[in-house]
Design a protein around this ligand. Sequence first.
Ligand code: DOR
Length: 431
Amino acid sequence: MSLLIRGGRIIDSTSTDDEGRTADVLVDGDRIVQVLDAGSEVRADDVLDATGCVVSPGFVDLHVHLREPGREESETIETGSRAAARGGFTAVVAMPNTEPPHDSRVVVDFVRDQGRRAGLCEVVPSGCITVGRAGQTLAPFAELREAGVRFFTDDGNGVQDAQLMRRALEYAGQLGLTLAQHCEVASLTHGAVMHEGACCSRLGLPGWPSLAEELMVHRDIELCRLTGSPVHFLHLSTERSVDMVRVAKAEGLPVTAEAAPHHFTLTDEALSGFDPTFKVNPPLRTPADIAALKRGLADGTIDAIATDHAPHAPHLKELPLDQAPPGMLGLETALALALTELAMPLRDVVAALSWKPAAIAHLADRHGRPIAAGEPANLTVFDPSATWTIDRGQLASRSRNTPYHGRTVRGRVRHTVFGGRAVVVDGAATK
Ligand code: DOR
């Protein structure tokens, strides 16, 4: 099957500005076979109109909860993959906090196979750092590596024990793996519901101090310095975290970081109505933190925009605020929030959504590639100026817990091509 993407503006890692170049992209099988001058005479089995759109390498999300196995009432690998494809993602890293978790070959093989079966994007299982994510014993890194896992995290939990984290980094370094930390010192967050600050005092809710994140960022920068092994910081939320990562990078340490759209678009004030939709871990913070995250994204301190897509079924998110699980949907709204809220060149937004996270997740051989003949056809076509209103009823996710219902945003994914096949056409999933 051949596919022609007509009349789009190409922005990829070789672009030096936001103008890109208007061209037609011919795909055959799972590869790009030709990039032609726009309007060239060429035949193809299918044509996707990209007029007025950007054609970019497919997006890569480093941080997605797909809930399968174990919590299929909230999401399945198929429904989550469909949400990913609609958001322009051609690869998603599946977080390990499933039931059972990703600490054995059988589970990661299952997750990858379910992703293949869905066929809507590449589902890349992460591995646990510790058995059962319990923070006691290292997970079998070598066995998981053999199963293709390169990115390890206990996400949902931070690794509390510094000695265990040191050993994990030493071992990961030998095996060429990347460890990703959920930065939370648990002794500082017991019972916490929202950011510790003026708003939580006013509401009378237990506070979650910024320090809980920053202490672990600081510790892991020092463990990175000691071991020389790469550390990726998940969902950073505070100004001081960003500042520490900036300094560590300037010192040449192999650290990388991501930020989630909700952390650069919403503040703790969103919890004034006690609505659990706005409960998330780490919590929504302050305008100063938002400004710092935006600065960090703009200057490259924060490498990637990652959604922390965390579906929770309605009966869970309808629990009282202190009992409801933390987390919010992200896959289908990430691009629009980034384009609406970040004053960054388009190329830099695409970098943070595509080739930079692809490199962090060890996927750079097949995602985030330049758009050129011979490259894998994992592509996103989006209209950067289309405005639309987010409607939770229209999402492909099995859950409904978006904090953006009713918000009007700019930038919309039009088509997604995964493995040479159009899995989203004009905003609708084809399967
Ligand atoms: O808000 C969150 N939800 N943060 C996490 O780290 C875990 C996630 C989940 O699994 O729901």
